[in-house]
Ligand binder design. Structure first.
Ligand code: 5GP
Ligand code: ZN
Length: 115
């Protein structure tokens, strides 16, 4: 999508601190980190949110959660200590960028419930 900030980051048109990239996914440091480790895992394909996944996205969704999340958690050193994976979805879910992104947060003790 032309005017989407995460599409622009995925295309390399806006600089970001990329920590992982493959054919279908890019992960980069959040601009406003809420924990010592805070990265966003973003599909290169523009998908608005998890509510907008299509059947054709099953492989991509599995890739993100089966391959990328655990690999990145290990790479970032938070596997043993634990971490949080967050998918804010829609307005009530607190989503501000309308391109699906998985927050991976770690490096500190998280609290519950979230705000
Ligand atoms: P949301 O609230 O939609 O779940 O999360 C959007 C996240 O994107 C926020 O944590 C925000 O800090 C981050 N963000 C917004 N714009 C940019 C940007 O241009 N670059 C990076 N690296 N992160 C961004
Ligand atoms: Zn996009």
């Amino acid at each position: 999508m032309t005017n989407c900030i995460f599409c622009k980051i995925a295309r390399g048109e806006i600089p970001s601190q990329i920590v992982y990239e493959d054919a279908s996914v890019v992960a980069f440091k959040d601009l406003s980190p809420q924990a010592p480790v805070h990265v966003l895992i973003v599909p290169k394909k523009h998908i608005q949110s998890v509510a907008h996944f299509q059947a054709e996205d099953k492989e991509l969704a599995a890739h993100i959660f089966v391959d990328v999340v655990p690999k990145l958690a290990a790479q970032l050193g938070v596997t043993d200590g634990g971490f949080r994976v967050v998918l804010n979805t829609g307005d009530d879910g607190g989503q501000t960028v309308h391109h699906l992104h998985v927050h991976l947060l770690g490096g500190r003790k998280m609290t519950w419930p979230p705000g």
